[in-house]
Design a protein around this ligand. Structure first.
Ligand SMILES: [Zn+2]
Length: 63
């Protein structure tokens, strides 16, 4: 039969964008539904690679 599962069909339609660090294609995740536009990194690993001087888990407002 030529019946495709809804999941397969939907997956193609999901948005995706490259990780700003490694450039890998990130496919939309349900967890990102509310902040998809703010998602820049494919993983925590890449987020850490961003180049933060470490020590401070939260960005400090210096300026
Ligand atoms: Zn990445």
């Amino acid at each position: 039969m030529s019946v495709q599962t809804a999941f397969k069909g939907n997956k193609r339609a999901l948005p995706s964008k490259p990780c700003t660090i490694c450039g890998r294609d990130m496919s939309w995740r349900k967890a990102w539904a509310k902040n998809w536009e703010q998602v820049l990194y494919c993983s925590d690993a890449c987020r850490k690679k961003k180049g933060r001087p470490a020590a401070t888990p939260l960005p400090s407002v210096a300026i």
